[in-house]
Write a protein that binds this ligand. Structure first.
Ligand code: C5P
Length: 414
């Protein structure tokens, strides 16, 4: 926390739900937070500024070039400097698109682009806008960059229609903000300093011919959240990723692969020099026995595929581990049976198995949130309730059964 009490920047954009921002300000103040409101030009149509100023006890900020506290410094940076979290509620479809594209043409968007603090979005819009592929692409891209969405709810919308798009309730927004406020740093926050963490992520594509492939629904969001959590703890990070739309932070060494075989080769090369392997990739269990060199043409006869099982990369790597290395595996299951998961954890030879239930549409593939059971080979089972993939990644690294560096031992990293 930057001050004696948590400090929240509340971005308000041009959605009719902006009237609810007043209640949010009041609730945050009741929780002892300092609240500074930053409104877009369109928000003027919906947010009663005077009430927002009385509730927040601060002027509503709108102008990138205005004077005031922090004069002599760049305005958006002065506001960010004292903030712990940036919440945009309501977030309009237009603002989500601007944020995704990195447009910085007013105070709020410029702040969002410069922010190094958690950014949370509470979208509010008509269902058609929320479900529009453009909005969906922007939301996925933002989730990949670590922006947390507090998903909207079903209900009556401003148009009088019913659908998904109502801004999340104040309770859900408050809970999400509390969850992302900086907590006192855990004692092992530097636990990965000087360590090399290897993360695998995304799907694999197994070609049938030059055009078609067998793939899966993995978005790579979980892997990217793990990458960021490892960086946060001071690790050097290498990412081996199957095809995804996500971009890794600049300091990460990235190897892009397509097939399970290529992923296996990359990981086998990198594994001996890493300290921690987190195998979050959704590796295709099967590949076509042979791929055609030319596109197969329709011939009215159908197409039977002969599939071969891919090698289990994780199991193979576990068998070649050296002392001191730590392995984390993932298990995407249609239902979670603790006994079976424990068996899988031991069979794979991992130190931690992160099991998710893929039958829950709110979590897992493509979602920004996840819930999991963390299984250890000694029979330990730690449930982690639904939360952002970022927050789950932090718990995974906090609970990593990783042997500490012996005092004075040199890091393997140069
Ligand atoms: O056996 P299952 O597919 O449930 O195991 C999932 C775990 O094993 C994940 O960590 C995944 O990355 C890894 N895996 C692998 N090679 C495969 C299939 C899965 O390393 N062929």
């Amino acid at each position: 926390m930057k001050g004696s009490s948590p400090s929240l920047l509340l971005g308000v954009t041009g959605s009719i739900a902006a009237y609810k921002s007043l209640d949010l300000i009041r609730r945050f103040r009741e929780e002892g937070m300092t609240v500074r409101v930053v409104a877009t030009d369109n928000a003027r149509q919906f947010l009663p500024f005077l009430s927002a100023e009385v509730f927040s006890d601060h002027k509503v900020e709108t102008d990138l070039f205005s004077e005031g506290e922090g004069t002599g410094r760049i305005r958006h940076l002065a506001l960010l400097d004292s903030a712990d979290i940036l919440l945009i509620a309501p977030a309009s479809a237009n603002f989500i698109a601007r944020l995704s594209l990195g447009i910085a043409d007013d105070l709020l968007s410029t702040m969002a682009l410069s922010a190094r603090i958690p950014i949370l979005l509470a979208p509010a819009m008509e269902e058609a806008m929320y479900l529009h592929p453009a909005t969906e692409e922007h939301r996925t891209r933002l989730a990949g960059r670590g922006v947390v969405e507090i998903s909207p709810e079903e209900g009556a919308l401003a148009s009088g229609r019913t659908g998904q798009g109502r801004m999340a309730s104040a309770e859900r927004i408050l809970a999400a903000v509390r969850q992302h406020l900086p907590s006192p740093a855990p004692s092992n926050i530097d636990s990965l300093k000087g360590r090399h963490v290897l993360v695998s992520s995304g799907p694999t594509y197994e070609p049938l011919d030059p055009v078609r492939f067998i793939g899966n629904r993995s978005s790579g969001l979980m892997g990217m959240a793990l990458v960021r959590a490892a960086l946060e703890r001071g690790a050097r990070v290498t990412l081996v990723t199957g095809p995804t739309a996500l971009t890794a932070p600049r300091e990460v060494e990235v190897l892009s692969v397509e097939t399970a075989q290529a992923m296996k080769e990359a990981l086998e090369r990198l594994f001996p020099v890493c300290d921690v392997l987190v195998m979050a990739a959704a590796v295709s269990d099967y590949r076509p026995a042979s791929a055609l060199a030319k596109k197969r043409k329709k011939n009215g006869k159908g197409w039977s595929l002969d599939l071969q099982e891919n090698p289990d990369i994780l199991k193979g790597l576990a068998a070649m581990r050296r002392p001191g290395q730590c392995l984390v595996g993932f298990a995407a299951e249609s239902s979670l049976d603790r006994e079976k998961l424990l068996e899988k954890c031991r069979a794979k030879g991992v130190d931690l198995l992160v099991a998710n239930d893929i039958s829950n549409p709110l979590t897992g593939f493509g979602s920004s949130e996840n819930e999991a059971l963390l299984i250890t080979p000694d029979g330990g089972c730690h449930p982690v309730s639904r939360r952002s993939k970022e927050a789950l990644s932090r718990v995974i690294f906090e609970r990593l059964p990783f042997p500490p560096f012996p005092a004075g031992s040199p890091s393997r990293l140069g």
